[in-house]
Write a protein that binds this ligand. Sequence first.
Ligand code: NIG
Ligand code: FE
Length: 406
Amino acid sequence: MTEFDAVWLNANLATMQAGSEPYGAITDAAIAVKDGRIAWLGPKSELPAFDALSTPLYDVQGQWLMPGLIDCHTHLVYGGNRANEFEMRLQGASYEAIAKAGGGIRSTVKATREASAEQLFVLGKDRLNALLSQGVTEVEIKSGYGLDLASEQKMLQVARELAVHHPIRIHTTFLGAHALPPEFSDSDAYIDYLCQTMLPELHRQQLVDAVDVFCEGIGFSVEQSRRLFQTATALGLPVKAHAEQLSNLGGSALVAEFGGLSADHIEYLDEAGVQAMAKAGTVAVLLPGAFYFLKETKKPPIELLRRYQVPMAIATDLNPGTSPLCNLPLMLNMACTFFALTPEEALLGVTRHAATALGIRDAGTLAIGNKADFGCYAISQPAELVYQQGVNSLRQLVVNGMPVVI
Ligand code: NIG
Ligand code: FE
């Protein structure tokens, strides 16, 4: 008899694997876990014999099981908030004008520097709890509101600490190149400091899983981004960028040139950039929350991304300035309403393609050998998760093969 640690029966599985069925669906199915991994899945009628008396069984009565959702772009460790800037923008001030006047990212830098690690931990934990209750099991967290060694270190340590105490799995990203800190007037000198001192030191402390840059007129140039990527690559770290958000500088093609994980935002991405990403296998991360909150009108080139088969991920971009929206299901809905993704594309964007955007191979789909992370939803079809907002249909969340408290 086959040995399992637990078995879920009478399930419908949205495996999100590629294949002939939409959502990789298997109806009337079962799924079994062993040692934190998916040990078996398929039609219930084919479930191998196992000891049904001693194995925990969950009869989910036709619920849909989805891979644990993955939020592959967040800035969820930060101090303070920017409700005042929200009010200013509602009265007509632009995001760029507020940033140039010393607000924007810099105001969150001040609040984050002033916050203790304990305060940041509590704030981060609340945000992670919200995501967990939505079925999220894996999250990327960026630094970038410290912009000096001690404060960037504090943010990344808090992210690592959250990983120890929270069921959600966490991937850290160094975003020292987010804005020019007040101590520097020369952005080239700051990039030198990041390359020579900050990044190597934080890497030495094993706080960095990937390296990001804000490649933009109000951020850093393509040449500066290239220097940072060279340092990251020499350290063996994968790269990604906030690119083509407000203008078309070519940051996405640069990520592709380095074989990077993802180019994120990409509203202004052109065909050459899409082609470069397709060739490199770089994921397009769509951030409809920031598009909505900044009242942008330029939409990412979805048709081109489809045509060149660039995988599209969707994330919250949770941050105090452009997306104070701690809600991944809402992003699914917005990706469809604003960017005309199909519900299936949207769900792939927070599962299989989000995993690729983080360089993860054993999550994002329900497949034998993958981490046993999945949610059980009381819905009649997967598109419901995208369609309805505000009512939580998540009935059980499983991480590492074990139900967690949500
Ligand atoms: O992803 N674009 C730069 N970074 C963030 C905004 C950060 C902020 O305004 O605090 C983003 O949109
Ligand atoms: Fe961001």
